[in-house]
Design a protein. Structure first.
Length: 762
């Protein structure tokens, strides 16, 4: 036990060495790149969501982007994920940094537990933990600011540990722990990793199932992990699925979109040379897609040890670990394989996401376990086939050196290297480059050759350590040190930071404070910034955008509805629609600050009473009508008969409407009409909105219906009305009660298992 504690402390010290400056020192410095997702999204999402939670409001709706969109149901809000409650205690910048460091440590601790459960040598457990913490498929997500990714990934080793235990044991603790791990993944906020982990876990369990006597029990236990986890997290899962059905991705993405960010085959070289295509800090990454999706680096030492385990560890590690790792890597290749269209067409859920390269993380975890097994074999048995190992490693070193020299000299002129780089660029999957300059290609060749030289040197060092281990097996600890040096140098080199103040421009706060709030803006460069200023934007940066709304906005920009995506380039101004969107100002950003310009002086109010309506049921007809001669102040488009008499005299009648109180998720409205009309709310429509009468209302029943295709309408009879309009999806209510009941049963099950295992008192 002392050894375990010592190694966990060593891991914690490693984390402090990596992040101590941003954790312990005062200031507003935040981990990740200034142009990545923390800066563009999660600074604002965490500020809004946990700011509301601190007030006692669990924000189900986000009024600040996309003219309103589901917030809690968007998964990435992660309001109920327990480690995220740091945001209720610590300042925003400190919360982000501590959360990242905590999850890197937890990932290592959980992998250590999995390796320890396989009865590996304690140094082998430590090595696997360190590799998992700092490996490319995991650590590089810090640079990209993928907070939900980091939080979701760390629970994978715990799930695999439970699969191992359920394979050989009837103990109910392991299905219960597995269900907890699945629930934590769901609450952590990255549903794609939950889905991919389920596929990886199913592959792993299927491989073990072939060699399990109690197959029915094992299969039932594994199934319980996911059923139980889903029930525990139903309060998050059910609203998320409900909101997804209304979002752009609800009916699946196109196969072209799904094929984006498939793992690039040439990036297999990052197993050995992590910066072959650049490292994002010293040299811009010039390979396909993004490095945080395309890096496989687990250290040269880790790969060598994994190969050793495959060669000398027997059939079990090859069958149980290498097979699922290989299958997952084939899935990661995505559109580069012939089976991708079949998976897209027939595997449920596969058509909801892009980025099959994310399968590399689950594949890497199996490879890291092979690395731990390789070191375990060396520490317990000594080095086998020393001459063969020496020959392979020295040959590898020589090959790396020859390649380094070849790349270096080829890069100085138009030769193989420049042809290779142009070939990568020609794939059309390179982000941020239209062409490579000759100077950049020379710099990239020099950088790659340095990486190859380091690979050759590392291979030579492994060869030398192998000679020492051949004499005395305890020198195997030198492999741990070498791997630690490799991983630390690469991880530290990829670390980047920015200041919180850099993403919160001065002057905007006072602008929004002095100009009121009953309007929206368009900030094409920083949509989510509106959340930090309690402002409203007509667009946003998140896949949670509602399909109806996205289709309307795309039509306003002359884009085909079939091609609508969460990314829209605003290139034209449609005054009637922009007035309906309440878009009064545009804001762009330059080095000298924000530039504010006015679109319109007469945008529509949030609430209007419209006495004339037009019934249109077909989407294309509605959008065509709205983008041509449409006056949203005079006419509202409905898709169903409101069952109200309509005055054909074009008389507006007398009408007044006001908001008595409001929050993120509700508003109380008072209205008085002399003739029937439709209460138009210029907030995005979702099926989760409900309207109920309050005391003194003229109606006993109110219905929220789509109005002007993407907004909300409430048909009103003549008379006085007092209505509470609330966003409260049925999925949230049902999910909440399922979670409450499931949590109660889960706690009871834990107590039953605990007391059943307690030895009798003498």
């Amino acid at each position: 036990m002392k050894v375990i504690v010592t190694e966990l402390v060593a891991m914690a010290l490693l984390i402090l060495g990596m992040f101590g400056d941003v954790i312990l020192l005062p200031g507003d410095i935040i981990l990740s790149n200034a142009n990545a997702d923390v800066a563009s999204q999660f600074v604002h999402w965490r500020s809004f969501g946990f700011g509301e939670l601190a007030k006692g409001n669990l924000a189900l709706w986000n009024p600040h982007i996309f003219s309103g969109a589901p917030y809690f149901a968007g998964f990435q809000s992660a309001l109920l994920y327990p480690p995220n409650w740091l945001y209720l205690i610590l300042p925003l910048a400190r919360s982000i940094n501590v959360g990242i460091a905590l999850h890197v440590f937890l990932g290592g601790a959980f992998f250590y537990a999995w390796a320890y459960s396989r009865k590996l040598h304690h140094l082998a457990c430590f090595l696997g933990a360190v590799i998992f913490m700092l490996c490319g498929p995991h650590f590089s997500h810090i640079y990209s600011g993928h907070l939900p990714n980091l939080c979701t990934l760390v629970w994978v080793p715990i799930l695999f540990l439970c699969v191992d235990k359920m394979h050989v044991s009837k103990d109910l603790r392991w299905p219960l722990l597995g269900a907890f791990a699945v629930a934590m993944q769901i609450l952590a906020g990255h549903v794609q990793y939950v889905y991919y982990t389920a596929i990886a876990g199913s592959l792993y369990a299927s491989v073990l199932l072939l060699r399990t006597p109690g197959r029915v029990r094992f299969a039932a236990s594994f199934l319980f992990c996911y059923v139980g986890g889903a029930m525990l997290a139903a309060v998050q899962l059910l609203p998320g699925l409900g909101a997804s059905s209304e979002s752009l991705r609800g009916s699946g993405v196109s196969i072209d979109f799904a094929s984006m960010f498939s793992f690039a085959p040439e990036n297999f070289i990052t197993w050995f040379v992590p910066g072959f295509f650049g490292d994002m800090t010293s040299l811009s990454y010039w390979g396909r897609c993004y490095l945080w999706e395309m890096s496989l680096f687990i250290s040269v030492t880790g790969i060598a040890l994994a190969a050793y385990a495959i060669a000398f560890g027997g059939k079990r590690p090859r069958f149980e670990l290498l097979l699922p790792a290989g299958l997952l890597m084939l899935l990661a290749l995505g559109s580069h394989t012939p089976w991708f269209p079949l998976l897209y067409e027939y595997l449920p859920g596969f058509d909801k996401f892009r980025g099959t390269s994310k399968f590399t993380l689950q594949a890497t975890i199996f490879l890291i376990m092979l690395s731990s097994i390789g070191l375990d074999l060396i520490l317990k048995e000594g080095l086998r086939r020393y001459k063969a190992v020496r020959l392979v490693m020295s040959g590898t070193a020589l090959a790396g050196l020859i390649l380094a020299i070849g790349v270096y000299f080829s890069a100085s002129s138009e030769g193989l290297w420049t042809g290779f780089m142009q070939g990568v660029l020609g794939t059309g999957e390179v982000q941020g480059f239209e062409q490579y300059s000759m100077r950049f290609m020379e710099a990239a060749g020099s950088f790659a050759s340095q990486g190859l030289a380091v690979f050759a040197l590392t291979s030579l060092l492994i060869c030398g350590i192998a000679a020492a281990v051949h004499r005395r097996k305890h020198f195997g600890y030198l492999l741990v040190i070498l791997a630690l040096v490799e991983l630390t140098v690469v991880a530290r080199g990829s670390r980047d930071t920015f200041r919180l103040s850099a993403v919160l421009p001065e002057g905007l706060s006072s602008f929004f404070r002095t100009h009121g709030a009953d309007f929206r803006v368009l900030m094409p460069d920083r949509h989510n910034l509106s959340m930090s200023y309690s402002a409203l934007d007509i667009w946003g940066y998140d896949p949670s955008v509602l399909r109806r709304y996205a289709e309307l906005v795309a039509s306003s920009q002359g884009l085909p509805v079939k091609e609508v995506a969460q990314y829209i380039s605003f290139r034209q101004y449609n005054k009637p629609l922009f007035d309906l969107l309440r878009c009064k100002y545009g804001i762009t950003f330059k080095k000298d600050g924000a530039n504010v310009f006015e679109f319109s002086t007469q945008v529509m109010p949030r609430l209007s009473i419209i006495h004339k309506w037009l019934l249109l049921e077909d989407r294309d007809r509605i959008l065509k009508f709205m983008t041509n001669s449409f006056n949203p102040r005079e006419t509202v488009i409905l898709e169903k008969d409101p069952q109200l008499p309509q005055d054909g005299s074009n008389s507006r009648g007398q009408a007044g409407v006001s908001i008595l109180d409001s929050s993120t998720d509700h508003l109380t409205v008072e209205a008085e009409l002399s003739q029937p009309g439709v209460l138009l709310l210029t907030d995005a429509y979702s099926e989760g909105w409900r309207a109920k009468p309050l005391k003194g209302s003229a109606q006993t029943f109110y219905q929220v219906v789509p109005a002007d295709y993407a907004f909300m309408g409430v048909p009103l009879q003549a008379g006085k009305h007092k209505i509470r309009i609330e966003y409260l999806p049925a999925e949230f209510v049902v999910g909440k009660w399922i979670s409450i009941v499931s949590l109660s049963l889960y706690i009871a099950a834990i107590f039953c298992v605990r007391f059943r295992r307690r030895p009798p008192q003498v």
